[in-house]
Structures are given as C-alpha cells and as structure tokens.
Ligand binder design. Structure first.
Ligand SMILES: Cc1cc2nc3c(=O)[nH]c(=O)nc-3n(C[C@H](O)[C@H](O)[C@H](O)COP(=O)(O)OP(=O)(O)OC[C@H]3O[C@@H](n4cnc5c(N)ncnc54)[C@H](O)[C@@H]3O)c2cc1C
Length: 522
C-alpha cells in the first residue's frame, strides 16, 4: 500500500514491520518487489512523493543532496553532486536509460600489478542472479556474450578476430521506455497493491540508532517533508532487518550521521570511493578500406525486439512511434580488452564505443574504464555546512585518480591502435591528454570539449564487501559486519568496479539480498 508520512501523528512509533528499507530508489524498490507475497511485513521509507516521475526532482528535496567536493573533482565536474543523483521516488533511475552489462569474472578477481581488491563472492554467484535482474530491464535472455545471437539481432558482424588480438566484443543494452527504466513507474503499481508492503512517502531518514555495543540497530528516526520543510517526527523500531538503500554516496552519509555506525577499526567507511572515468572522444583512426556497413551496424546498434518466448523477433531501427511495443530495447556492440590482455599489461577493464562517419572511413573512439578503490578517494561529512531542509552536515566527496588508472587509458589506446592498424587503420590520433601524472588531464568542466575527462555517475566502493570484517564494511550477504540486523543495498558494496554500468549488478545483488532476507525473516 501507499501511505504518506504526513498523515501520521507527530511522535508515532512504527513497530509492526519485519523489514525496513531506507530509500525508494532502484535497490530499495527491487528488494521490496521481491518480498511481495513473502512472510515479511515490509516498510519502504521514501523521501520522495508518489507522483514523482522524470528527471525533475522537487528542488527542496534535491537540495538535501548538496555537498562539497575535493579539489580534483572541482576541476573535472564542479556540479557533480547536484546532477549525479536524484533525491526522489525511483531515485536516480528517473535519469537513465538503464544501459546494462554484467560484470565478468576478471572484474571480480585480483589483478596483480593493477589492483589487489577482489570480491568475496565469485562470478557463478552473480550469474545465478543476473537472469532475474535482466527481467527488470525487460531484456529477454541473459546472453550478453552470445555474439551469434547479437549478430542476428543487430544485422551486423563484429570485426573478424585476428591472431594477436587483445580485444573481444561485448553487447550492451539500454532501455529507453520510461515505464520500465523508471523503477517506481515499473514497480509502483505492484507495490501499491501488495498486502505485505507499505511505501511511506515524504519519509526522510535522519539517523540509525543502535544498542550500546553498536552491534544491533534498535530504530531509525525519521521526519516527514512538508512543503519543503521538516514535518512530523516518527520512529521505526523492532524490525528484524534494516536495509540502507539510499545510493552509493548517501548511504555513507547516513552511517556517518549515525556516529560512524558500521565502520571498522581500519576506517573503511567512506574510503575507496570509485567512479568510472569517461572520455567521449579519446581518439580517431582513418580506415582503408572503409569499414564494411555490416561491421558498422554491429557497433552502431539498433532496436531489438524479443518475443514472449525469449526468442529474437527482430533487430531493426524502429520508427519512434513503435517504441511502445513490448520487449523492445536498444543494443550495441563495444570492444573491450580480453582478461589476458588486462593481466599481461597490468591495466583495468575498459569499454570502447565506436562511432563511424557516413562512409566508414573514420572511427571515433569513446572510452570508459575501471576505477580502483583508492584510499584517497573518500566520502565524509563536511561539518562546516548543513543541508537546507533538515540542517544535518552535508557530504564531502573527494575523488582522485591513480596513475594505474591513467595508465589504463594510455596503454589501452596503444592496444587499440594496434587493433585498427591490423585492419587497415592509419593516422591514429589521440585527442585527449595521456601524458603527465594522474592529476594532469584534458579538463573541460562544462563538457564543451568531448576529449575532457568526465566522472561517470556510478557511485561505487565506499561500503565495500569483504570476507573479513577488517577488510570492508559488509559481508557476503551485504550485512554490515559489525551490526547483526543492518544490510546495505547498492553499488557502495562493490569491492571493484569493472567498466560496465553498475545497475544490472545492483539489481542482481538486491534480488539476492531479498532472497537472503526471506530466510532471515522465516
Ligand atoms: C544521468 C545518469 C545516467 C545514468 N545512467 C545509467 C545507466 O545507463 N546504467 C546504469 O547502470 N546506471 C546509470 N546511472 C546510475 C544509476 O542511476 C544508479 O546506479 C542507480 O540509480 C543506483 O540505485 P540506488 O538504488 O543505489 O540509488 P538511487 O536510485 O539513487 O536511490 C536512492 C534512493 O534513496 C532515497 N534517499 C536518499 N536519502 C534518503 C533518506 N535520508 N531518507 C529516505 N530516502 C532517501 C532517494 O530519494 C532515492 O529514492 C546513471 C546515473 C545518472 C545520474
């Protein structure tokens, strides 16, 4: 059911729920949806409104996301905190196309010489949840690496493999239909109808309270939002499980506002924050003979239609008026380094988007790549400023790039040059700055120069998952190591980032956490 916190009497204590989910964004709504019909009585605390839809949040609510950034981010994207997330029902999914690709095995394992970090769960574990996650994009079969399928769907062929290649092909998907990509639009009807789920709107979580030993959450304190100001105060207590699903930055802020709850002796809370670096135009290459139209078609991508039986119906460039049809999404091929190439060259993962001129004589390369959990990239509180609605200290995000990450760009481009030269490429022009140290880039904070470094909008790693409590914040089940009934959902738990958009993995982990919570509540 849907309920408005402003309809509660001031000072209410809600004690009749098993699972309390703080945050009605992608992760929170997926968990709640997966728990529909289960034994659990579920409460979702959404600081948004039932009517929220589209990338225009209420300004007062969005102002709670204000904060301060470190010197490097100031040079790269000064308005990062204002534009990189949405404080509303459905969260940041109101902003996106749900571009999706899963993590690969090499993304989860340590890569000596590049990074030591790794996941405490294996790719088989994630692969057993990705097919269910895929359904949240209405993406048909989970077959991102089935190049034969995608060649048929995209009416094209990738570049033919050659001896000595360091690249393989990946097919990404994107969901343009807002009735699917906006998670509250997709899932809201079922949540509203569910007998065991309550979505409480205008419900802003202020703090998580724990027992004296800080090993058990006793309650969360909340306030409603009324006309952009604090309304009534209420508390949620006696839950068997509390899930923080407020996004990769705000969940850290919440734990910090709660006295650093969940931090370990090593101070991992808020440390190792990762963003995918992105450069829209890294290089161009001239091709002779021109690239065949069928090869261009594979990388240019198209609309794909999957039938109810999971089989491909067609891949074609659709008339925009047809976009309402079921099971349509976009897909396109990208090049990425093989696991062997990454290991040999001690570089991160990356994905290269190819765009072609009309004749196929020139290719432009867009590049986005893997970030490393850098202890100098942090999320903290800035005690010198408070948010304008609740007066709590704002967040400070200090993002920095390491030499290994810059090397991934430089070496990756050298490998790309070799790949295209072997296929008739010449005049490989690198358009962005690749020399100098990790603080030295082509800067274009207003994005007017497409060769400028951009921070991706993927907030990962500051609450990382680890096998041992001393190495991270949450365990394999996404439970905070030091707190027996507190869980985290979202990309904050990623120990490594890969180079794919994170939300498919966020959804897979949310589905997995919901399954786990069912066993906890039984
Ligand atoms: C422009 C843009 C494009 C993107 N494109 C893609 C893409 O194509 N593919 C992809 O994988 N990812 C993309 N992303 C990233 C994607 O949006 C996030 O990975 C995803 O939304 C994270 O889900 P989440 O549930 O963790 O956080 P969110 O979706 O941000 O949800 C957090 C929720 O918590 C709520 N909340 C916060 N604080 C409180 C509080 N104190 N009390 C109560 N509620 C609270 C918020 O209102 C929000 O509803 C994009 C992001 C942006 C900005």
């Amino acid at each position: 059911m849907y309920l408005d916190a402003n309809s509660l009497p001031d000072g209410t204590t809600l004690s009749n729920f098993d699972v309390c989910i703080a945050g009605g964004g992608v992760a929170g709504l997926v968990i709640a949806s997966e728990l529909i019909g289960s034994n659990a009585r579920v409460l979702v605390l959404s600081n948004g409104q039932a009517t929220d839809a589209g990338p225009a949040p209420d300004p007062a609510r969005q102002s709670i996301y204000n904060g301060t950034i470190g010197p490097f981010m100031t040079k790269v994207r000064p308005e990062f905190l204002a534009v990189s997330r949405l404080n509303m029902y459905g969260g940041t999914s109101n902003h996106f196309w749900f571009n999706a690709y899963p993590l690969d095995q090499a993304d989860l394992e340590p890569r000596p010489g590049y990074r030591d970090a790794s996941w405490p769960i294996g790719i088989d574990e994630l692969n057993s949840y990705y097919p269910r996650a895929n359904r949240y994009g209405d993406y048909g079969p989970f077959n991102y690496r089935d190049i034969a399928f995608w060649s048929a769907a995209l009416h094209g062929q990738p570049f033919a493999q050659m001896d000595g290649d360091h690249f393989s092909n990946a097919v990404f998907r994107g969901q343009k239909k807002t009735n699917i990509s906006q998670f509250q639009t997709q899932l809201g009807g079922a949540l509203q109808a569910a007998g065991n789920v309550t979505v409480l709107f205008n419900a802003h979580v202020l703090q998580v309270a724990a027992n004296d030993s800080r090993s058990h959450v006793t309650s969360v304190s909340c306030a409603s939002i009324q006309d952009g100001k604090p309304g009534i105060h209420f508390t949620v207590d006696s839950c068997r499980a509390y899930v923080l699903a407020q996004g990769g930055i705000e969940t850290v802020r919440m734990l910090r506002l709660s006295g650093g709850l969940g931090d370990n002796a090593q101070g991992h809370l808020g440390s190792g924050f990762m963003l995918h670096p992105v450069i829209r135009t890294t290089a161009t290459v001239d091709m002779s003979p021109p690239v065949d139209p069928t090869v261009r078609a594979f990388y240019r991508g198209s609309e794909v239609v999957i039938g109810d039986d999971g089989q491909l119906v067609t891949g074609r460039v659709l008339d925009p008026l047809e976009l309402g049809a079921n099971h349509d999404f976009v897909a396109w091929g990208m090049l990425g380094p093989t696991a062997e190439a990454m290991a040999e060259n001690r570089i991160g993962s990356f994905h290269v988007l190819l765009s072609f001129d009309d004749t196929g004589e020139q290719i432009t390369l867009a590049y986005n790549w893997e970030s490393v959990p850098n202890p100098a990239s942090t999320i903290a509180l800035d005690q010198s400023q408070v948010d304008p609605v609740f007066g709590q200290p704002v967040v400070n995000v200090d993002w920095n790039v390491l030499e290994t990450e810059k090397r991934t760009l430089r070496v990756g481009l050298e490998l790309m040059e070799g790949f295209f030269k072997a296929r008739g490429g010449s005049n490989f022009q690198v358009l962005t700055k690749t020399d100098g140290g990790p603080e030295d880039w082509t800067f274009s904070p207003d994005f007017s120069d497409p060769a400028g470094l951009r921070p991706g909008d993927h907030h990962m790693g500051a609450l990382r998952m680890s096998a041992a409590a001393e190495d991270g914040i949450v365990d394999r089940d996404c439970r905070v190591h030091t707190v027996d009934n507190l869980f985290v959902a979202g990309s904050g738990v990623f120990p490594t980032s890969g180079s794919a958009n994170p939300t498919l993995t966020i959804v897979a982990l949310a589905v997995r956490l919901a399954d786990h919570l069912k066993t906890v509540i039984q």
